[in-house]
Design a protein around this ligand. Structure first.
Ligand code: ADP
Ligand code: MG
Length: 366
């Protein structure tokens, strides 16, 4: 059990004075004991570099990595007692599953007897449901089975921390979902602090206690899945989290007596109460709404409380009982995820509305 802290952790590759690349830029993150942290962001944003600094495979250029309040910058990787799982599994091809699992225990300076090691291997194999495979070699296993063995090798030592770098990237979509649930369950069961790298926001949302969203090496927001989805700190987070992407439109804000009014090309409305305190540096803002929060402004039992506008339907993509509809509006391109789409056709006019409680505002400059 370990509390993990990053204090101003920075990594510059190359010469900082000349053409150095700032891969990680003054990262401050704190992860409570037993929590599951996900590092989320687009390719090249510094996720792997951050994970490698936590694991001791990369030295920070500045800042401190702390385990339980103790700076570990100078502690070598093999002495940090962390277990890492990578996307390429990294199993020993010439060893059986049993040998792959037991290897880490044998190599360590521990007092475990052969029988104790065997017991522990069996216990972990049962936990991961790979008992039947113990005598097989990695080449005889499917991708999902290999990844289970890789996980088994990580948990067998009961390390103080797990580090995962896109461990499911090489698995097909279906298996990825099953395995992420298993990793989630496994981690809650053993209750070991974990840091998990992915560029997949859906994976991050389902598995994380806390998500750290990175862009260009900088922390955009640290929060629970609920917080980053419902209270995105800026436009980057708003667009990176959630699917389909949030709609964003340019607008200006004007003071009108006690209220602030948002003016866009398509509609104008008072700033909803909950957004009045949004920090906005200029009067240039972005108005956002999620496709799921738009609804048809027509039909029976519709009470329209917020801005309403028309979209000319371009494409309708059915997804089960709902459809993702792309259209052109006086805002510009708009995406809506709505039910009751069966009578809609491309080219038709679709009146849409957004409830005030689902409107977001962002500073256009950040
Ligand atoms: P991510 O895992 O989010 O895709 P990385 O941490 O791998 O991103 O990389 C962050 C940035 O640092 C990228 O611009 C990458 O090209 C650069 N980088 C990573 N490793 C090295 C290295 N060993 N030498 C030079 N640049 C590197
Ligand atoms: Mg990476």
């Amino acid at each position: 059990m370990t509390r993990l802290e990053l204090d101003g952790v920075t990594k510059v590759f190359g010469d900082p004075e000349k053409d150095g690349v700032v891969a990680v830029d003054e990262l401050d993150i704190s992860v409570p004991d037993g929590d599951f942290l996900v590092l989320l962001g687009p390719s090249g944003c510094g996720k792997t570099t951050t994970l490698r600094m936590i694991g001791g495979l990369e030295d920070p250029t500045a800042g401190e990595v702390k385990f339980d309040g103790t700076v570990v910058n100078d502690v070598k990787a093999r002495n940090r007692d962390v277990a890492m799982v990578f996307q390429d599994f990294a199993l020993y091809p010439h060893m059986t599953v049993r040998e792959n699992l037991g290897f880490g225990l044998k190599r360590e300076d521990n007092d475990m007897s052969g029988a104790e090691i065997e017991d522990r291997v069996t216990e972990v194999a049962e936990m991961l449901e790979i008992e039947e495979l113990l005598n097989n070699k990695p080449g005889q296993l499917s991708g999902g089975q290999q990844q289970r063995v890789a996980l088994g090798r990580a948990i067998i030592r009961e390390p103080r921390m797990f580090l995962f770098d896109e461990p499911l990237a090489n698995l097909d979509a279906q298996l990825r979902k099953t395995m992420r649930t298993e990793i989630d369950e496994l981690q809650s069961e053993v209750d070991i602090t974990s840091a998990y790298v992915t560029h997949n926001q859906e994976e991050a949302m389902t598995i994380a206690d806390q998500i750290a969203i990175l862009n260009h090496g900088q922390l955009q927001q640290l929060g629970t899945p609920d917080e980053v989805f419902n209270e995105p700190a800026n436009r980057f987070v708003a667009q990176f989290v959630g699917s389909p992407n949030m709609n964003l439109f340019d607008a200006t804000v004007e003071e009108r007596g006690d209220a602030y009014r948002v003016e866009t090309d398509a509609a104008s409305f008072d700033i909803p109460e909950r957004l009045v305190d949004t920090e906005i540096a200029t009067d240039e803002v972005l108005v956002g709404f999620r496709p799921q929060d738009l609804s048809q402004a027509r039909g029976r039992n519709r009470t329209v409380t917020g801005p309403t506008f028309d979209a000319e339907i371009r494409v309708i993509e059915p997804v089960g009982t709902e459809a993702v509809v792309h259209g052109d509006s006086s805002f510009g391109d708009v995406t809506a995820k709505i039910g009751g789409f069966h009578d809609l056709t491309a080219g038709a006019k679709l009146p849409l509305t957004i409830a005030p409680e689902h409107i977001y505002l962002f500073d256009a400059q950040t």
